[in-house]
Write a protein that binds this ligand. Structure first.
Ligand code: KG4
Ligand code: ZN
Length: 337
């Protein structure tokens, strides 16, 4: 079965062709980052406009690279929630029109379910049940993956998502948007014992709170500014990255232990972070757990992961009709379309 998948929930217009769920036949990602960088973050109105401009070209390129035409496609999968509403609407309406004109099934995919599925593309042996840590620009979740389409969230952020904290701390350190990757690079040159940063507590031990940590970085920079002291940005980046990595790892491993998982996975844009990958893989090894991590190319937003999850949604009978709408917020556990 060949699925054409479309992703447009934020600032990447992406399309892919996925064969039988796990094989990437083609994958195209057009990023808008350079333009949003001018404004220090994603401007929703600009994102929607750029999706409109790019979507035809991106879908055509995905088909061309796969050596296929639209008629060869068996189904169309699309991210319909959660995300920027105007951005999602572009992909959803395009997918609806295409599926209808081809007379093929339309498969609605939850964006975070897609991030989790990225691991299936890279690790053919991975199957549920397992526990997944999802850390992206908009979400931080600890999830029990009971089956390909049944999820139970046991912890989530109560304020900023991990990627959001990276980006806001990076901005205070003077890095361009999105700053996560710049913190990652700078931290390789820093001393991670130089600054002490807090690890905010949460009522539910598996929830996350990153806003206090982000504020601590901002205050540290302001205080140094006022005293005329210089900040060692590389070391501050290293301390911030290792603190976030430890918070995510400690809570995730504790949750995996409590719920009895030996199989664990990492997903989302922040899964690209070298410090987190290292801290988590050391902890997994120490605790006798097998850790699955996506390759860097599948950590950020892409349509291949949407096509993969779309395949499993299709097998579960989750097929939409022309009334499918885009939805800005939706729980991972209870998907409604
Ligand atoms: O999953 P994603 O592409 O978009 C959302 O669904 O939100 O995640 C984007 C986030 C951004 O906050 C970005 O700064 C962060 O992932 N990110 C990183 C790294 N690469 C991307 N954060 C830390 N280290 C990285 N290497
Ligand atoms: Zn994402």
């Amino acid at each position: 079965m060949q699925i054409l998948s479309i992703e447009s929930s934020c600032d990447e217009t992406a399309a892919a062709v996925i064969r039988d769920g796990r094989e990437i036949v083609s994958s195209v990602v057009a990023t808008q980052i350079e333009e949003h960088r001018l404004y220090g973050g994603v401007v929703p109105e600009i994102a929607s406009r750029r999706h409109c401009e790019s979507i035809v070209g991106v879908v055509n390129e995905a088909l061309e690279k796969a050596g296929l035409t639209a008629k060869d496609i068996d189904a169309v999968a699309v991210t319909f929630a959660p995300g920027l509403i105007g951005a999602l609407l572009v992909g959803v309406n395009f997918a609806k029109g295409l599926a209808y004109s081809l007379g093929k099934p339309l498969i609605p995919v939850h964006h975070i379910r897609g991030h989790i599925a990225a691991n299936y593309l890279a690790h053919k042996e991975l199957e549920p049940p397992y526990m997944c840590l999802v850390a992206s620009g908009g979400h931080s979740h600890i999830v029990r993956v009971n089956s390909y389409t049944e999820f139970e969230t046991v912890g989530r952020t109560v304020d900023d998502a991990a990627g959001e904290a990276f980006d806001k701390a990076a901005r205070a350190m003077g890095f361009p948007y999105p700053g996560g990757v710049f913190i990652d690079k700078a931290s390789k040159l820093g001393d991670l014992t130089k600054y002490r940063l807090p690890k905010p507590k949460t009522q539910n031990p598996y929830d996350f709170s990153f806003s206090g940590l982000k504020t601590a970085v901002i205050n540290l920079i302001h205080n140094a500014d006022q005293k005329g002291e210089e900040i060692d940005v590389n070391s501050l980046a290293a301390c911030f990255q290792s603190t976030v990595g430890e918070i995510l790892t400690d809570k995730f491993i504790a949750a995996a232990q409590e719920f009895g998982y030996k199989k664990i996975a990492l997903a989302g844009g922040v899964a690209a972070n070298s410090g987190l990958r290292e801290t988590l893989s050391t902890a997994a090894e120490k605790n006798g757990m097998t850790l699955y991590v996506p390759p860097l190319s599948l950590c950020g937003d892409n349509a291949a992961m949407i096509g993969c999850q779309g395949y499993y949604e299709f097998l579960a009978g989750n097929i939409a009709n022309e009334s499918l709408n885009a939805i800005a917020t939706m729980s991972l556990d209870k998907v409604k379309f």
